[in-house]
Design a protein around this ligand. Structure first.
Ligand code: GLA
Length: 662
């Protein structure tokens, strides 16, 4: 359960990463004044402070942080205090080179940047625990402390000898015997059989394709190894301040961590989101991407979540870093609130003058408090009191999109039918089709209890466990509406292909005899369907057994074969979509199946580019276009942001937002 309520105390959190160690102390007073004037009520402090706190091994320099926390506290600004362990000081790598990670080639990844630690290194873990303990001991009861922020964007992988030993321990726990490992990894292929545990190594650079299950297990292991680092520090800070929420900021839709397993270890879930301001209002990389990450994070949290980082304007890590035009920062911030965020934070408060991110925007840019960006920050901060009633409330969703990390990992390995197949792109395409029709969705683990959903969508889960298949089959049998995308249910948990090209349980649900062949389309190619639409990316030679054909392939080698099928299973209905329809066609299909399942869009008839989401008692209307949009409202209501009353319709200006209460 999210403990975020303990941090928000009934008001949305608003603030950002604050790195006072980059500035002389006189600037801190200016920071605090400007934070207060901007309505900031939370500052994330200490994320990259290890070398300042422990400039030489074992030294402790806390006086500056005492002052900073004291100033924030006096100003009534809460602190989200970090353990500074994402970026070890150079002395750790210089004195203990074994703490530095090695890549697949055995090359050392040096200090001079950040994140240079081997998650399996006992020496790194010991030093990280010591500094986390020191921070927890000193500030665990500090009156400004609202939340703990452990590490930062955990993401490191390591292939060194220490990691190899740790990987072997992890594999022994998973398989128990070497025979079981050999069986699971299919080592009869290419003479890969292991005769001793010590022969097993991480998937280092090799001559040709590496064993896929070894790769899959290494991803599982890496996520778990990093999670051990997180939970060790979580336990330290929790012991020092029981009840204070603990989070670590996830990267958005990040492949490196198993996000379901990680979220279960957090008392508050947070994420960093950086949609591309250059993307048009209906392009997946813009607002739609934000919505997907927001829906995923809310689902991981099981309730309200924290937007730990976003950009006030442009970032500095894209090839071309476009600023956010006027209004976009506010629009995307309120989109996050609409989709469940109780904290709106930024990277970072004051724009750095030095270092690798000096061109990354900030709440307080180089050009200061009179800049356009800072004025917009202040205006947003001033609005948030009006939104206090939203805090702690839920976003209702009748549709779940099933998503899982091992399926992502397994489906993107080399040696697959098409390297054009990108799991996150397919996931985003299906989510986008639902989002732009204002059909609100959660994301769910394939083994989760699905009973509260009316429709379940599986964009593409190549790997499904037996438990997931049983779960899905029972849910459809009991009356659910399932829409299942291509290349799903193909492999078991060991990445072993199931007979028939798809698991027999799923085929029974879908009314299919077999998937005879996967037929990816040529790069950029499309295939016409008999309903007048076209498929992209993929096609399959599917043999029905009970399913009726909703649309068939209309051209090419599969002409006349079913493309989209429908089947009654028990009390439920199961659709199979063996290609990737275009956005409009997929949206039409999903709107139809949703209607069959009794699910209506929020605000039916809203014009294109207008997002509508319900959260608690409120209806958010977000206009992603640059032009005003007029929408009919379901009942007379008041806009919390303006106080205006609307009887039958409302006009929302370009990039504007209305938050309506009946
Ligand atoms: C991430 C990191 C921050 C910063 C930003 C830049 O979110 O956590 O430290 O590097 O990216 O966008």
């Amino acid at each position: 359960m999210s403990a975020l309520n303990d941090a928000t105390r009934g008001r949305l959190l608003f603030g950002g990463d604050y790195n006072p160690e980059q500035w002389p102390a006189e600037v801190w007073h200016d920071d605090i004044r400007l934070m207060r004037e901007a309505g900031v009520n939370i500052a994330t402090v200490g994320v990259f402070s290890w070398a300042t706190l422990e400039p030489t091994p074992g030294a402790r320099e806390f006086s500056w942080l005492d002052s900073v926390l004291g100033l924030l506290d006096e100003a009534g600004i809460g602190v989200c205090l970090a353990t500074p362990t994402a970026s070890p000081p150079p002395w750790l790598g210089a004195r203990h080179p074994e703490t530095l990670p090695r890549d697949e080639n055995g090359t050392v990844v040096w200090y001079g940047s950040r994140n240079q630690f081997c998650p399996s290194s006992p020496v790194y873990r010991e030093h990280a625990a010591a500094i986390a303990q020191a921070v927890a001991d000193r500030y665990g009861s500090h009156p400004a402390l609202r939340m703990w922020h452990v590490g930062n964007e955990y993401c490191t992988s390591c292939w060194c000898d220490e990691s190899a030993r740790h990987f072997r321990r992890w594999l022994r726990a998973r398989y128990d015997t070497l025979d079981a490992l050999n069986e699971a990894w299919g080592t009869a292929f290419w003479s890969q059989r292991y005769s001793e545990w010590d022969e097993i190594i991480p998937p280092r650079r090799a001559q040709y394709l590496i064993n896929p299950t070894q790769l899959l297990d290494f991803r599982r292991f890496t996520s778990d190894a990093l999670m051990e680092c997180f939970t060790a520090e979580r336990d330290i800070v929790t012991a020092a301040s029981p009840g204070v929420p603990v989070t670590t900021n996830f990267m958005p839709l990040f492949a490196g961590l198993d996000g379901w397993r990680w979220a279960a270890e957090e008392s508050a879930v947070s994420v960093d989101i950086y949609p591309d301001p250059a993307a048009g209002p209906d392009e997946p990389a813009g607002a739609a991407y934000g919505a997907l990450v927001q829906d995923l994070t809310r689902s991981q949290a099981g309730g309200p979540w924290a937007l730990m980082e976003q950009a006030a304007s442009g970032v500095s890590w894209r090839p071309v870093n476009r600023p956010k035009p006027p209004g976009l920062m506010r629009l995307w911030s309120l989109q996050a609130v609409a989709r469940g965020a109780d904290a709106l934070c930024f990277f970072q408060w004051r724009q750095s003058r030095q270092g690798s991110e000096k061109f990354h925007s900030a709440m307080l840019p180089h050009s200061g408090e009179h800049s356009r960006v800072h004025r917009e920050i202040r205006a947003l901060g001033a609005e948030l009191d009006a939104l206090a009633p939203v805090t702690g409330t839920r976003v209702p969703a009748d549709i779940a999109i099933l998503h899982d990390w091992p399926a992502w990992w397994a489906s993107e390995q080399p040696g697959r039918p098409s390297t054009d197949l990108s799991y996150p792109d397919v996931l985003a395409a299906w989510h986008h089709a639902l989002w732009r029709r204002n059909l609100t969705t959660d994301l769910a683990h394939p083994e989760a209890d699905l009973s509260r959903y009316r429709m379940v969508v599986v964009p593409q889960l190549y790997l499904l466990t037996d438990a997931a298949l049983d779960n899905l089959a029972a849910w459809v049998h009991d009356g659910g509406v399932l829409v299942c995308g291509f290349f799903t249910g193909v492999a078991d948990a060991d990445d072993r292909v199931r007979p028939g090209g798809m698991d027999a349980r799923l085929r029974r649900v879908l009314g299919l005899a077999a998937v005879h062949e996967w037929c990816p389309l040529p790069t950029g190619g499309t295939v016409a369907l008999t309903d007048g639409t076209a498929g992209t990316l993929w096609s399959e030679d599917v043999e029905p057994a009970g399913a009726t054909t909703h649309a068939a392939y209309a051209e090419g080698d599969l002409a006349g074969r079913p493309a989209i099928t429908r089947h009654r299973h028990g009390e439920g209905t199961a659709w199979y979509v063996s290609t990737l329809p275009g956005a409009d066609a997929l949206g039409d299909l999903l709107a139809g199946t949703a209607a069959d399942a009794g699910v209506e869009p929020v605000l039916p008839g809203a014009p294109a580019g207008v997002e509508a989401v319900r959260r608690g008692p409120l209806l958010f209307v977000l206009n992603h276009t640059a032009e005003p949009a007029t929408v009919a409202v379901p009942e007379p209501c008041t806009d919390l942001l303006t106080g205006a009353r609307h009887e039958a319709e409302i006009t929302v200006e370009g990039r504007g937002v209305a938050v309506l209460r009946p």
